[in-house]
Design a protein around this ligand. Structure first.
Ligand code: BTN
Length: 237
């Protein structure tokens, strides 16, 4: 995958969006050493100092419906590469954050650009690798260096993530979400815990009970029945 690298930009999401709008061929990735206006989900600021991996991949996805699955598949790719390269096991906080011992090490921001005949997915991946995690982000965040006690080769990790996301996306396009289901279930964070999912000012609460075949979150109601949640942010505190 073509990699466009910058020392500092406002946000890799915005740069990738502009490059895609300019008609650059897909897929490509934008990486920055630092971001001055890094964005998280729900309009939150994403602190992006040197030493972290701040990256956006621009890919064609088969349909707007495939967006949530694509972002989960990107989380799978990051988790697999982090495990192989560093030995650190991460769990997926549905739909696509990665946690180490309940602390966030990676956040994924999936945005789309709908063009006539194509949906372009802008999958923003932020991994706290060797960067300092600020005290006001603690105790909810961590970095790979914090977990390991030593620095990780950022370029090597980046190359692995780019290759694996591309590979996984091809599997998703050819075979759907089924090949990822067992891994997702085995690596789902907060299993059995009571959580609240918020989407468009609506809230659904229940105990995490797995995933549907298409990757929706299953929540167990107090009476034992299950409900499916398609999208939203998970709150466990
Ligand atoms: C979240 O957990 O809320 C998502 C965080 C996504 C951060 C990444 S860093 C690279 C890309 N550029 C951004 O401005 N945001 C994403």
């Amino acid at each position: 995958m073509e990699l466009l690298a910058y020392p500092n930009i406002a946000s890799t999401q915005d740069t990738a969006r502009q490059i895609a709008l300019d008609g650059h061929s897909l897929p490509f990735a934008v990486i920055a050493e630092t971001q001055s206006e890094g964005r998280g989900r729900r309009g939150r600021e994403w602190n992006s100092p040197p030493g972290g991996l701040w990256l956006t991949l621009a890919l064609a996805v088969p349909s707007p419906e495939a967006v949530r699955q694509s972002a989960m598949v990107a989380a799978h790719a990051v988790a697999a590469v982090v495990l192989v390269e560093t030995g650190v096991r991460t769990l997926v906080k549905w739909p696509n954050d990665l946690l180490v011992k309940r602390r966030k090490v990676c956040g994924i921001l999936a945005e789309t650009l709908v063009r006539p005949g194509t949906t372009i997915l802008l999958v923003g991946i932020g991994v706290n690798v060797n960067n300092v995690v600020l005290s006001d982000q603690l105790p909810h965040a961590t970095s790979l260096r914090e977990e390991l006690g030593y620095s990780v080769d950022l370029q090597h990790l980046c190359a692995g993530i780019l290759n694996t996301v591309e590979l996984d996306m091809n599997i998703l396009i050819l075979r759907g979400f089924d090949p990822f289901g067992p891994w997702m279930k085995a690596n789902l964070a907060l299993w059995g815990e009571l959580i609240t999912v918020e989407f468009n000012n609506q809230r659904e609460s229940g105990c995490v009970a797995g995933l549907s075949r298409t990757g929706a979150l299953l929540l167990k109601n107090p009476d034992g029945s299950l409900k499916e949640v398609d999208a939203g942010s998970v709150y466990d505190w």
